[in-house]
Write a protein that binds this ligand. Structure first.
Ligand code: HEC
Ligand SMILES: [Cu+2]
Length: 324
Protein backbone atom coordinates (compact mmCIF):
# COMPACT_ATOMS: atom_id res chain seq x y z
CA UNK A 1 0.00 0.00 0.00
CA UNK A 2 1.35 3.46 -0.86
CA UNK A 3 2.02 5.98 1.91
CA UNK A 4 -1.02 7.90 0.74
CA UNK A 5 -3.20 4.77 0.70
CA UNK A 6 -1.93 3.85 4.16
CA UNK A 7 -2.79 7.24 5.60
CA UNK A 8 -6.29 7.17 4.05
CA UNK A 9 -6.73 3.74 5.58
CA UNK A 10 -5.51 4.97 8.99
CA UNK A 11 -7.98 7.85 8.80
CA UNK A 12 -10.92 5.55 8.08
CA UNK A 13 -9.78 3.05 10.69
CA UNK A 14 -9.46 5.86 13.24
CA UNK A 15 -12.99 7.03 12.55
CA UNK A 16 -14.51 3.58 12.32
CA UNK A 17 -12.15 0.81 13.43
CA UNK A 18 -12.66 -2.63 12.03
CA UNK A 19 -12.21 -4.97 14.95
CA UNK A 20 -14.14 -8.20 14.52
CA UNK A 21 -13.76 -11.48 12.67
CA UNK A 22 -16.46 -10.63 10.11
CA UNK A 23 -15.78 -6.94 9.63
CA UNK A 24 -13.15 -7.28 6.83
CA UNK A 25 -15.53 -9.31 4.63
CA UNK A 26 -18.38 -6.95 5.48
CA UNK A 27 -16.23 -3.97 4.49
CA UNK A 28 -15.05 -5.61 1.25
CA UNK A 29 -18.67 -6.06 0.13
CA UNK A 30 -19.56 -2.53 1.18
CA UNK A 31 -16.60 -1.08 -0.73
CA UNK A 32 -17.38 -3.15 -3.85
CA UNK A 33 -21.01 -1.94 -3.79
CA UNK A 34 -19.89 1.65 -3.29
CA UNK A 35 -17.35 1.45 -6.14
CA UNK A 36 -19.83 -0.22 -8.52
CA UNK A 37 -22.62 2.25 -7.79
CA UNK A 38 -20.16 5.17 -7.79
CA UNK A 39 -18.80 4.16 -11.21
CA UNK A 40 -22.32 3.94 -12.63
CA UNK A 41 -23.40 7.28 -11.15
CA UNK A 42 -20.29 9.17 -12.28
CA UNK A 43 -20.21 7.42 -15.68
CA UNK A 44 -23.85 8.32 -16.34
CA UNK A 45 -23.35 11.91 -15.23
CA UNK A 46 -20.38 12.29 -17.61
CA UNK A 47 -22.27 10.74 -20.55
CA UNK A 48 -25.28 12.99 -19.88
CA UNK A 49 -23.05 16.07 -19.83
CA UNK A 50 -21.28 15.09 -23.09
CA UNK A 51 -24.57 14.37 -24.85
CA UNK A 52 -26.09 17.62 -23.56
CA UNK A 53 -23.38 19.64 -25.21
CA UNK A 54 -22.73 17.53 -28.32
CA UNK A 55 -26.34 17.01 -29.33
CA UNK A 56 -27.76 20.36 -28.22
CA UNK A 57 -30.44 21.79 -30.52
CA UNK A 58 -28.92 23.06 -33.74
CA UNK A 59 -25.46 21.44 -33.21
CA UNK A 60 -23.82 20.10 -36.39
CA UNK A 61 -22.97 16.65 -34.82
CA UNK A 62 -24.11 13.75 -37.06
CA UNK A 63 -27.19 11.80 -35.87
CA UNK A 64 -27.11 8.51 -37.86
CA UNK A 65 -29.92 5.92 -37.31
CA UNK A 66 -29.29 3.07 -34.78
CA UNK A 67 -27.37 0.16 -36.40
CA UNK A 68 -28.15 -2.59 -33.82
CA UNK A 69 -31.78 -3.70 -33.37
CA UNK A 70 -33.15 -2.12 -30.14
CA UNK A 71 -34.21 -5.50 -28.62
CA UNK A 72 -30.58 -6.68 -28.69
CA UNK A 73 -29.48 -3.56 -26.88
CA UNK A 74 -32.23 -3.94 -24.27
CA UNK A 75 -31.57 -7.65 -23.63
CA UNK A 76 -27.85 -7.02 -23.26
CA UNK A 77 -28.09 -4.31 -20.62
CA UNK A 78 -30.87 -6.03 -18.69
CA UNK A 79 -28.89 -9.31 -18.57
CA UNK A 80 -25.63 -7.60 -17.66
CA UNK A 81 -27.08 -5.56 -14.77
CA UNK A 82 -29.06 -8.55 -13.47
CA UNK A 83 -25.88 -10.64 -13.40
CA UNK A 84 -23.97 -7.92 -11.57
CA UNK A 85 -26.69 -7.67 -8.92
CA UNK A 86 -26.95 -11.45 -8.58
CA UNK A 87 -23.25 -11.51 -7.81
CA UNK A 88 -23.81 -8.96 -5.03
CA UNK A 89 -26.80 -10.91 -3.79
CA UNK A 90 -24.82 -14.16 -3.53
CA UNK A 91 -21.88 -12.42 -1.93
CA UNK A 92 -24.10 -10.64 0.62
CA UNK A 93 -26.07 -13.81 1.40
CA UNK A 94 -22.85 -15.72 2.12
CA UNK A 95 -21.70 -13.04 4.59
CA UNK A 96 -25.15 -12.85 6.16
CA UNK A 97 -25.20 -16.62 6.69
CA UNK A 98 -21.81 -16.42 8.39
CA UNK A 99 -22.98 -13.58 10.64
CA UNK A 100 -26.16 -15.46 11.55
CA UNK A 101 -24.46 -18.74 12.49
CA UNK A 102 -23.03 -18.66 16.03
CA UNK A 103 -19.77 -20.67 16.04
CA UNK A 104 -19.46 -23.64 18.40
CA UNK A 105 -17.75 -23.00 21.71
CA UNK A 106 -18.86 -19.39 21.88
CA UNK A 107 -18.92 -17.78 25.32
CA UNK A 108 -22.46 -16.88 26.32
CA UNK A 109 -23.41 -13.41 27.54
CA UNK A 110 -26.98 -12.31 28.10
CA UNK A 111 -27.82 -8.70 27.27
CA UNK A 112 -30.97 -7.07 28.59
CA UNK A 113 -31.96 -3.74 27.06
CA UNK A 114 -33.90 -1.43 29.33
CA UNK A 115 -34.91 2.23 29.15
CA UNK A 116 -32.13 3.44 29.07
CA UNK A 117 -29.18 1.19 29.69
CA UNK A 118 -27.56 -2.06 28.62
CA UNK A 119 -27.38 -4.71 31.30
CA UNK A 120 -24.91 -7.53 30.55
CA UNK A 121 -24.86 -10.84 32.43
CA UNK A 122 -21.90 -13.17 32.09
CA UNK A 123 -22.15 -16.93 32.41
CA UNK A 124 -20.62 -16.86 35.91
CA UNK A 125 -23.26 -14.44 37.19
CA UNK A 126 -21.13 -11.32 36.90
CA UNK A 127 -23.13 -8.28 35.84
CA UNK A 128 -22.09 -5.11 34.09
CA UNK A 129 -23.94 -1.96 33.07
CA UNK A 130 -23.01 0.04 30.01
CA UNK A 131 -19.71 -1.82 29.75
CA UNK A 132 -19.01 -5.24 28.42
CA UNK A 133 -15.66 -6.91 29.07
CA UNK A 134 -14.70 -9.66 26.65
CA UNK A 135 -11.47 -11.48 25.79
CA UNK A 136 -9.94 -10.97 22.35
CA UNK A 137 -10.10 -13.76 19.71
CA UNK A 138 -12.91 -15.56 21.51
CA UNK A 139 -16.32 -15.95 19.83
CA UNK A 140 -19.03 -14.44 22.04
CA UNK A 141 -22.67 -15.48 21.81
CA UNK A 142 -24.94 -12.60 22.75
CA UNK A 143 -28.47 -13.47 23.79
CA UNK A 144 -30.44 -10.27 23.40
CA UNK A 145 -33.71 -9.40 25.01
CA UNK A 146 -35.50 -6.35 26.32
CA UNK A 147 -37.41 -5.48 29.42
CA UNK A 148 -39.64 -2.79 27.94
CA UNK A 149 -39.56 -1.62 24.32
CA UNK A 150 -37.58 -2.63 21.24
CA UNK A 151 -33.93 -1.61 21.44
CA UNK A 152 -31.10 -2.43 19.09
CA UNK A 153 -27.66 -3.49 20.27
CA UNK A 154 -25.11 -2.00 17.90
CA UNK A 155 -21.31 -2.05 17.91
CA UNK A 156 -20.19 -0.36 14.68
CA UNK A 157 -16.55 -1.45 15.08
CA UNK A 158 -17.74 -5.08 14.93
CA UNK A 159 -20.29 -4.37 12.16
CA UNK A 160 -22.81 -5.79 14.61
CA UNK A 161 -26.39 -4.65 15.06
CA UNK A 162 -29.34 -6.67 16.28
CA UNK A 163 -32.70 -5.83 17.78
CA UNK A 164 -33.47 -6.61 21.41
CA UNK A 165 -37.19 -7.40 21.46
CA UNK A 166 -39.31 -7.76 24.61
CA UNK A 167 -40.50 -11.34 25.13
CA UNK A 168 -38.02 -12.74 22.63
CA UNK A 169 -34.48 -13.96 22.91
CA UNK A 170 -32.38 -13.39 19.84
CA UNK A 171 -28.90 -14.84 19.50
CA UNK A 172 -26.12 -13.13 17.65
CA UNK A 173 -22.35 -13.25 17.95
CA UNK A 174 -19.05 -11.50 17.40
CA UNK A 175 -15.39 -12.23 17.81
CA UNK A 176 -13.23 -9.21 18.60
CA UNK A 177 -9.82 -9.26 16.92
CA UNK A 178 -8.15 -6.19 18.48
CA UNK A 179 -7.97 -5.13 22.12
CA UNK A 180 -9.52 -1.71 22.72
CA UNK A 181 -12.66 0.15 23.74
CA UNK A 182 -15.44 0.22 21.18
CA UNK A 183 -18.68 2.18 21.54
CA UNK A 184 -22.03 0.44 21.95
CA UNK A 185 -25.14 2.31 20.79
CA UNK A 186 -28.83 1.72 20.90
CA UNK A 187 -29.86 1.85 17.24
CA UNK A 188 -33.61 1.80 17.69
CA UNK A 189 -35.37 4.93 18.90
CA UNK A 190 -36.67 3.92 22.33
CA UNK A 191 -37.79 7.05 24.15
CA UNK A 192 -36.53 10.24 25.79
CA UNK A 193 -33.01 9.15 26.66
CA UNK A 194 -32.44 6.92 23.64
CA UNK A 195 -29.35 8.94 22.70
CA UNK A 196 -27.82 8.24 26.12
CA UNK A 197 -28.25 4.49 25.88
CA UNK A 198 -24.57 3.95 25.12
CA UNK A 199 -21.67 2.01 26.49
CA UNK A 200 -18.38 0.39 25.61
CA UNK A 201 -17.21 -3.06 24.74
CA UNK A 202 -13.84 -3.47 26.44
CA UNK A 203 -11.78 -6.01 24.52
CA UNK A 204 -8.82 -7.35 26.48
CA UNK A 205 -6.10 -9.93 26.04
CA UNK A 206 -6.81 -13.26 27.74
CA UNK A 207 -4.52 -12.38 30.69
CA UNK A 208 -6.03 -8.94 31.24
CA UNK A 209 -9.51 -10.38 30.96
CA UNK A 210 -8.67 -12.96 33.62
CA UNK A 211 -7.29 -10.14 35.78
CA UNK A 212 -10.51 -8.18 35.30
CA UNK A 213 -12.54 -11.23 36.31
CA UNK A 214 -10.46 -11.60 39.45
CA UNK A 215 -10.79 -7.90 40.27
CA UNK A 216 -14.50 -7.75 39.59
CA UNK A 217 -15.09 -10.63 42.01
CA UNK A 218 -17.88 -13.07 41.41
CA UNK A 219 -20.37 -10.54 42.73
CA UNK A 220 -23.71 -11.73 43.86
CA UNK A 221 -24.36 -14.45 41.34
CA UNK A 222 -27.55 -14.91 39.41
CA UNK A 223 -28.75 -17.89 41.47
CA UNK A 224 -28.29 -16.02 44.76
CA UNK A 225 -30.22 -13.05 43.43
CA UNK A 226 -32.86 -15.47 42.11
CA UNK A 227 -33.29 -17.07 45.54
CA UNK A 228 -34.01 -13.65 47.08
CA UNK A 229 -36.40 -12.86 44.22
CA UNK A 230 -38.29 -16.11 44.70
CA UNK A 231 -39.15 -14.88 48.20
CA UNK A 232 -39.96 -11.38 47.02
CA UNK A 233 -42.31 -12.56 44.26
CA UNK A 234 -43.95 -15.09 46.54
CA UNK A 235 -42.79 -18.15 44.58
CA UNK A 236 -41.40 -19.70 47.74
CA UNK A 237 -44.78 -19.25 49.41
CA UNK A 238 -46.27 -21.90 47.16
CA UNK A 239 -43.26 -23.91 46.07
CA UNK A 240 -41.42 -24.59 49.30
CA UNK A 241 -43.33 -27.73 50.17
CA UNK A 242 -44.77 -26.92 53.58
CA UNK A 243 -47.55 -24.73 52.26
CA UNK A 244 -51.31 -24.87 51.94
CA UNK A 245 -51.26 -24.60 48.16
CA UNK A 246 -50.12 -27.80 46.56
CA UNK A 247 -47.34 -26.83 44.15
CA UNK A 248 -44.48 -28.91 42.76
CA UNK A 249 -41.09 -28.50 44.41
CA UNK A 250 -38.58 -26.83 42.13
CA UNK A 251 -35.58 -28.89 43.25
CA UNK A 252 -34.18 -31.25 40.67
CA UNK A 253 -36.51 -30.31 37.81
CA UNK A 254 -34.19 -28.17 35.66
CA UNK A 255 -32.72 -30.05 32.72
CA UNK A 256 -34.83 -33.16 33.37
CA UNK A 257 -37.95 -34.49 31.73
CA UNK A 258 -41.12 -33.53 33.63
CA UNK A 259 -44.62 -34.95 33.19
CA UNK A 260 -47.32 -32.47 32.26
CA UNK A 261 -51.10 -32.60 32.45
CA UNK A 262 -52.04 -34.19 29.13
CA UNK A 263 -49.77 -37.19 29.71
CA UNK A 264 -46.88 -35.72 27.77
CA UNK A 265 -43.34 -35.48 29.04
CA UNK A 266 -41.42 -32.31 28.32
CA UNK A 267 -37.84 -31.31 28.94
CA UNK A 268 -37.52 -28.65 31.66
CA UNK A 269 -35.02 -26.54 29.74
CA UNK A 270 -34.59 -22.76 30.02
CA UNK A 271 -37.53 -22.12 27.72
CA UNK A 272 -39.81 -24.43 29.74
CA UNK A 273 -38.86 -22.76 33.04
CA UNK A 274 -39.38 -19.37 31.49
CA UNK A 275 -42.78 -20.31 30.10
CA UNK A 276 -43.76 -21.88 33.43
CA UNK A 277 -43.33 -18.46 35.03
CA UNK A 278 -44.80 -16.30 32.29
CA UNK A 279 -47.52 -18.62 30.92
CA UNK A 280 -48.11 -21.19 33.68
CA UNK A 281 -51.29 -22.49 32.03
CA UNK A 282 -49.48 -23.48 28.87
CA UNK A 283 -47.90 -26.59 30.40
CA UNK A 284 -49.53 -27.49 33.69
CA UNK A 285 -47.48 -29.95 35.74
CA UNK A 286 -49.23 -33.33 35.96
CA UNK A 287 -51.30 -33.77 39.09
CA UNK A 288 -51.49 -30.10 40.05
CA UNK A 289 -54.25 -27.53 39.74
CA UNK A 290 -53.56 -24.64 37.39
CA UNK A 291 -53.51 -22.11 40.20
CA UNK A 292 -50.17 -20.49 39.57
CA UNK A 293 -50.65 -16.86 38.54
CA UNK A 294 -48.99 -15.57 35.38
CA UNK A 295 -45.99 -13.35 36.03
CA UNK A 296 -45.92 -12.03 32.47
CA UNK A 297 -46.33 -8.35 33.36
CA UNK A 298 -44.91 -8.64 36.86
CA UNK A 299 -41.39 -10.04 36.61
CA UNK A 300 -39.08 -7.93 34.45
CA UNK A 301 -36.78 -9.70 32.02
CA UNK A 302 -33.66 -9.31 34.18
CA UNK A 303 -35.34 -10.85 37.23
CA UNK A 304 -36.64 -13.67 35.06
CA UNK A 305 -33.08 -14.60 34.08
CA UNK A 306 -32.14 -14.68 37.77
CA UNK A 307 -35.16 -16.81 38.72
CA UNK A 308 -34.36 -19.31 35.98
CA UNK A 309 -30.72 -19.37 37.15
CA UNK A 310 -31.94 -20.06 40.69
CA UNK A 311 -34.17 -22.96 39.60
CA UNK A 312 -31.25 -24.32 37.57
CA UNK A 313 -29.00 -24.09 40.62
CA UNK A 314 -31.42 -26.49 42.32
CA UNK A 315 -30.99 -28.99 39.50
CA UNK A 316 -28.56 -31.17 41.45
CA UNK A 317 -30.77 -31.42 44.51
CA UNK A 318 -33.00 -34.41 45.16
CA UNK A 319 -36.22 -34.19 43.21
CA UNK A 320 -38.60 -33.57 46.10
CA UNK A 321 -41.65 -33.81 43.96
CA UNK A 322 -44.37 -35.85 45.66
CA UNK A 323 -46.05 -38.45 43.47
CA UNK A 324 -49.17 -36.86 42.00
C1 HEC B 1 -50.21 -19.55 44.06
C2 HEC B 1 -49.14 -20.47 44.18
C3 HEC B 1 -47.93 -20.31 43.25
C4 HEC B 1 -47.10 -19.24 43.15
C5 HEC B 1 -47.17 -17.91 43.90
C6 HEC B 1 -46.07 -19.60 42.19
N1 HEC B 1 -46.32 -20.87 41.72
FE1 HEC B 1 -45.19 -21.86 40.36
N2 HEC B 1 -46.57 -23.36 40.31
C7 HEC B 1 -47.69 -23.45 41.15
C8 HEC B 1 -48.43 -24.65 40.79
C9 HEC B 1 -49.73 -25.12 41.47
C10 HEC B 1 -47.74 -25.28 39.74
C11 HEC B 1 -48.14 -26.57 39.02
C12 HEC B 1 -49.18 -26.30 37.99
C13 HEC B 1 -48.67 -25.58 36.79
O1 HEC B 1 -47.71 -26.07 36.20
O2 HEC B 1 -49.20 -24.52 36.47
C14 HEC B 1 -46.57 -24.44 39.46
C15 HEC B 1 -45.60 -24.72 38.48
C16 HEC B 1 -44.40 -24.07 38.38
C17 HEC B 1 -43.29 -24.51 37.57
C18 HEC B 1 -43.26 -25.76 36.71
C19 HEC B 1 -42.84 -26.89 37.61
C20 HEC B 1 -42.90 -28.28 36.99
O3 HEC B 1 -42.59 -29.24 37.72
O4 HEC B 1 -43.22 -28.40 35.80
C21 HEC B 1 -42.28 -23.63 37.76
C22 HEC B 1 -40.88 -23.65 37.13
C23 HEC B 1 -42.75 -22.60 38.68
N3 HEC B 1 -44.03 -22.90 39.04
C24 HEC B 1 -42.00 -21.52 39.11
C25 HEC B 1 -42.54 -20.48 39.86
C26 HEC B 1 -41.85 -19.23 40.12
C27 HEC B 1 -40.44 -18.89 39.69
C28 HEC B 1 -42.70 -18.45 40.85
C29 HEC B 1 -42.49 -17.04 41.35
C30 HEC B 1 -42.17 -16.05 40.32
C31 HEC B 1 -43.91 -19.22 41.08
N4 HEC B 1 -43.78 -20.43 40.46
C32 HEC B 1 -45.01 -18.79 41.84
C33 HEC B 1 -48.03 -22.56 42.13
C34 HEC B 1 -47.45 -21.32 42.35
CU1 LIG C 1 -32.84 1.70 23.38
Amino acid sequence: MSAFGASIYALIDGALPSASRVSPSFDALFLALLLTCGTVVIGLAVVILIFLVRYRAGSPAPRPPLRIPPWKLETTWITATTLVFLVFFGWGAAIYARMAEVPDGAMMIEIVGRQWMWDARHGDGRREFAELHVPVNQPIRLRLTSEDVIHSFAVPAFRLKNDAVPGKRVDTWFEATKPGRYPIYCDQYCGTKHSEMNGFVVVETAERFAAWQARAGTGSDAATRGRALSVRYGCAGCHSGDTVVRAPRLEGIAGRPVPIENGQIVMADDAYLRDSILLPNQHVAAGYAAVMPSYACVVPEGDLLDLVAYIKSLAQEQPARPAP
